[in-house]
Design a protein around this ligand. Structure first.
Ligand code: GLN
Length: 304
């Protein structure tokens, strides 16, 4: 399918609303990003790229990194990972602390901050440099050698990371963090600060649309059953507390980040990424969510 005319139509239709919503400001460095960016890319499994707007402008991937860090940890740890983190939607904001005490320091899922801190802890135990391991993994997935994090964004988040620090200390008190809190937070903030374009992210996520095999290199990243499970987690937990509404409106497995990016997959067809930094209340990109909703409406394709 030629997705270019569809992306052109989406871009045209959304021009009046791009910039509506609020850029994340709790990470000071993200506050300086213009809300007026909009880029979208669709990479089909045969390698065809359709893109519009700022699709090749790098942005802070933030929580989109949680999907790739999880994949990497799951590759190495397998099902034993689920002893330390759950697989249920949280029904709470991504940075909430409330469930942790009631649930004995086991985060609800790997895509909320607490869950991603546990995943980062696993990667810190297994790598000399967890953030570089995730960045290199992303590089292999999209065929680039230069994927890296923005040190200014990382430092800006690290200096204001009291809330994530609270979660990490709390989980440590329950024995669910093996490394030093400071080390885990350093690696977590750097991983969130990885910078990539929508086109590269659409390429990177395509292995999940291709039953776990990287379509560009042929590398088997996950077996088909595990890839299906990662996609199920994206659908139920990937867009924070709005996952139900997102599934209703969009109908694709997706993972968002407070930098305004959202990756999604159409199984058997393509990897997708949209970026527009102004967010709706729940922390998902406002124009990005609308763009994905239009995409499934106009193509008539979704997982349902
Ligand atoms: N780095 C951000 C944080 O920890 C990631 C949150 C997000 O993208 N939802 O708060």
């Amino acid at each position: 399918m030629n997705y270019q005319p569809i992306l052109d139509r989406i871009h045209g239709a959304l021009k009046p609303v791009i910039g509506q919503g609020k850029v994340a400001t709790y990470i000071p460095e993200l506050a300086s990003v213009s809300p007026d960016h909009f880029g979208m890319a669709v990479v089909s499994l045969d390698g065809t790229v359709a893109s519009v707007g700022d699709a090749d402008v790098p942005f802070s991937i933030q929580s989109i990194s949680k999907l790739f860090a999880l994949t990497l940890a799951f590759q190495r740890e397998g099902d034993s990972l689920w002893a330390r983190v759950g697989r249920e939607p949280s029904g709470n904001p991504f940075n909430s602390l409330v469930q942790l005490e009631r649930e004995s320091g086991i985060p609800r899922n790997p895509f909320i901050n607490a869950g991603a801190l546990v995943v980062t802890d696993i990667l810190v135990s297994r790598n000399t440099n967890a953030e570089i391991a995730t960045a290199n993994f992303l590089g292999r997935l999209c065929g680039r050698s230069n994927v890296t994090y923005d040190p200014r964004v990382a430092q800006s988040e690290r200096q204001t990371s009291s809330r994530n620090a609270a979660m990490a200390h709390f989980m440590k008190s329950f024995g669910n963090l093996n490394n030093k809190v400071g080390e885990v937070l350093d690696a977590y903030c750097r991983t969130c600060a990885i910078s990539m374009s929508a086109t590269d992210l659409a390429r990177a996520v395509a292995f999940l649309a291709n039953r776990g095999t990287n379509p560009w290199s042929g590398e088997k990243v996950l077996d088909a059953s595990s890839a299906k499970r990662m996609s199920a987690l994206m659908l139920t937990c990937g867009t924070y507390d709005a996952a139900g509404d997102f599934a209703y409106r969009v109908g694709l497995p997706a993972k968002s980040g407070v930098g305004g990016g959202i990756v999604a997959i159409l199984p058997g067809e393509c990897g997708i990424c949209v970026w527009s930094p102004a967010l709706e209340e729940t922390g998902n990109s406002y124009a990005g969510s609308l763009a994905l909703e239009m995409f499934t409406t106009l193509t008539g394709k979704s997982i349902f």
